[in-house]
Design a protein around this ligand. Structure first.
Ligand code: ZN
Length: 352
């Protein structure tokens, strides 16, 4: 979804809503339930250069979404309950799972009290290098480098290049260009090294993002102690798994589960693939997650759940609550399955 132009997406969501097409399509494409993806829930911040704003929604919007789901009569369920319904074919009522990726502190401080007040279960997928304070939130380091400088230099394909980024427009364009160039690097270590070098060169402390934004083990333990909360695995280092060699990919998934078990005394039964698009998780990752015994694994590929997903439990689609589209009507259209059905060419399951 990140690759679709925001104006196109917004236009599509609006037209589905205002034409009422999402109601007409619902019996065909609505499926039996859905999994929502969230990252940050926190108040909006000033500043026009916020390339990662899609990863955050405001507490007010989040509260309205949860209330709207409650009012619409869907069941808010845990991942275990979703797994039970899918495997037993219990589709008497539509259900939604709320999931939070990465383990940000605002999940504990802001989202948790809202969910607690509603008595609603949710899951947090933790990349264990984040509470261990060794993680690299490289997309934020890139943002900071561009935000704090008027011009930056970078060797691309062996050639030194300079980029102007004095204005907000230039910063946005440069972030977009460099972000997707980095994402296209064939190997994860190369990508990380480029960002590390950039950060070092421009005085950005990559490690600080973890400390400032992510829960530590004590904070995670507070969440883990509540039966409403499922702690899931999200690898150790948050890599694009599909770009790693076999052994490394497997160990990222397996080790993160053991580290969480050691830290929180709960063994995660559910996994979220970092980044989670086609370039990050593919057939090999789906197979390994199943072999390792995860009950479910989720991607970020957009879609609602159908009964047939019982045969694809380690490649479940999700619907992102995107900070660029904080309108209840967009969420309603997305949960109706009509928008994602169009994006997926009306296929219920992904082609292998
Ligand atoms: Zn993540």
């Amino acid at each position: 979804m990140a690759a679709l132009k925001p104006t196109l997406v917004r236009g599509g969501l609006e037209s589905l809503y205002f034409t009422g097409a999402h109601h007409l399509l619902k019996p065909l494409v609505g499926g039996v339930g859905a999994i929502l993806t969230l990252h940050h829930v926190r108040p909006g911040r000033p500043g026009r250069f916020q390339p990662n704003r899609l990863l955050e929604v405001t507490p007010r919007f989040f509260t309205r979404v949860v209330e709207d789901l409650r009012r619409s009569g869907v069941d808010l369920v845990s991942l275990d309950e979703m797994h039970r319904r899918l495997t037993e074919g219990d589709f008497a009522r539509r259900f939604v799972c709320l999931t939070f990726d990465d383990g940000y502190r605002d999940t504990l401080q802001i989202a948790y009290p809202i969910m607690k007040a509603e008595g609603a279960p949710f899951a947090v997928y933790v990349a264990t290098s984040f509470p261990d304070r060794l993680g690299e939130l490289w997309w934020l380091a890139l943002e900071a480098v561009i935000a704090r400088n008027k011009r930056i230099g970078l060797a691309i394909d062996g050639r030194n290049q300079t980029f102007d980024c004095a204005t907000v427009g230039e910063k946005r364009a440069l972030y977009e260009e460099l972000y997707w160039w980095l994402r296209a690097r064939p190997a994860e270590p190369e990508m990380r090294q480029v960002v590390r070098d950039l950060a070092a060169c421009y005085g950005v402390d990559i490690a600080a993002f973890c400390k400032d934004l992510c829960m530590d083990w004590e904070e995670l333990a507070q969440l883990a102690a509540d039966p409403l909360v499922t702690i899931g695995a999200h690898t150790v280092n948050h890599p694009m798994l599909a770009k790693l060699p076999d052994k490394a990919a497997r160990s990222e998934m397996d080790l993160s589960r053991s580290i969480i078990e050691a830290g929180l005394a709960v063994r995660p039964a559910h996994l979220s693939f970092p980044i989670g698009d086609r370039t990050s998780a593919g057939p090999r990752e789906f197979a390994v997650a199943a072999e390792l015994g995860f009950k479910t694994a989720v991607t970020t590929r957009p879609g609602v759940l159908f009964p047939q997903h019982r045969n694809q439990l380690t490649r479940l689609p999700r619907i992102s609550l995107n900070g660029e589209y904080q309108r209840l009507r967009y969420v309603r259209v997305l949960l109706s399955g009509s928008a994602t059905a169009m994006w997926n060419g009306f296929r219920r399951l992904e082609a292998a």
